[in-house]
Design a protein around this ligand. Sequence first.
Ligand SMILES: NC(=O)c1ccc[n+]([C@@H]2O[C@H](COP(=O)([O-])OP(=O)(O)OC[C@H]3O[C@@H](n4cnc5c(N)ncnc54)[C@H](OP(=O)(O)O)[C@@H]3O)[C@@H](O)[C@H]2O)c1
Length: 307
Amino acid sequence: MIDNNKIIIYGGTGHYGNKVVKKLVDKGSLVKVVSRNYEKARRKFGDNIEIIEGDVLNRDFIVESLKDVKAIVICLSAGNRKQIRQMKQIEQDAVLTIFEEAKKAGIKRLVYMSGYEIKKQLLLDLNVLEFGEIKLEIESKIFQSDFNWTILGNAPSSEIFFTFVRNGKMVVPGGGLKAIPSISPEDVGEITAQTVLRDDLNGKRIKLTGPNAFTFPQVAKLFSELTGKKVKHIKIPLFVFNMVSLIILPFNPFVRFLYKSLKLLNNFPSDMAENVPEDHKLLRKLFDYEPVSLDMEIRRRIKENKL
Ligand SMILES: NC(=O)c1ccc[n+]([C@@H]2O[C@H](COP(=O)([O-])OP(=O)(O)OC[C@H]3O[C@@H](n4cnc5c(N)ncnc54)[C@H](OP(=O)(O)O)[C@@H]3O)[C@@H](O)[C@H]2O)c1
């Protein structure tokens, strides 16, 4: 008997993906995690899930990975120093191959992780089109497909506010003076797990965010209040980053990618930020979960002596 009962997670070892895997396992689902490194994935998840080692750049591997699968979650990313040059092949070409092979295998349910809200005109105005064009291309292919699909527009992880803090200082290129949405990876995991298990979210694009948008100075203030130690917000000019990233572009394109993400972050549209509480309310209506707020994330790190 053919038993297509597994949920496959491409990118299941990643920042958001590993939370999706854990939440699905907690809910008793049969999960298959794709990773290029079996041992690393095994250490992360222990013995009770299936791990399939391989590279999505290989079509035969994709075909093999889709056996016994009933639903697909895609949270692949090549946005790191080592893989940035292969971003199009991994995030676009391989994802389209997954779609083709999934269709051939008769798999219907698809959940795709994207960016919060991708506005082409904004990307063009800021000259950072390459930052979102792959996601736009994939989304347009999904809209035209006959998958039972849901797109999740993820806000940046709340981790973003912690990465700029060292020794009582929050040093932010461009200052981070515009309010941005953010979300706890725990919430992304829970919502994504619920999404893939539901059948009533076909054709929906849902924005995933925590309850409020924050500027970096606001978060520095929150850190100071909750830790009882002053965290000083310091703005460094973004143009320095721009120049450095251009000079080293031939050797290290990742810094250019970081610059573009920082440019976007520093120009996050106010109307989108103002809508964050509404977007969050909608999420609370759609899903049964207790959000992990930024306060809670800060308190957890204080408890674990990480702040
Ligand atoms: N993190 C954020 O703040 C954020 C914000 C907004 C949207 N998003 C979106 O959320 C999604 C997930 O992002 P993330 O930050 O969680 O990603 P991540 O931590 O960088 O993880 C990337 C994942 O992709 C897998 N991967 C990369 N290349 C692969 C290949 N050639 N073959 C097989 N697997 C490969 C990696 O697996 P192995 O290394 O195990 O092979 C890893 O599990 C992306 O679509 C991203 O754009 C993220």
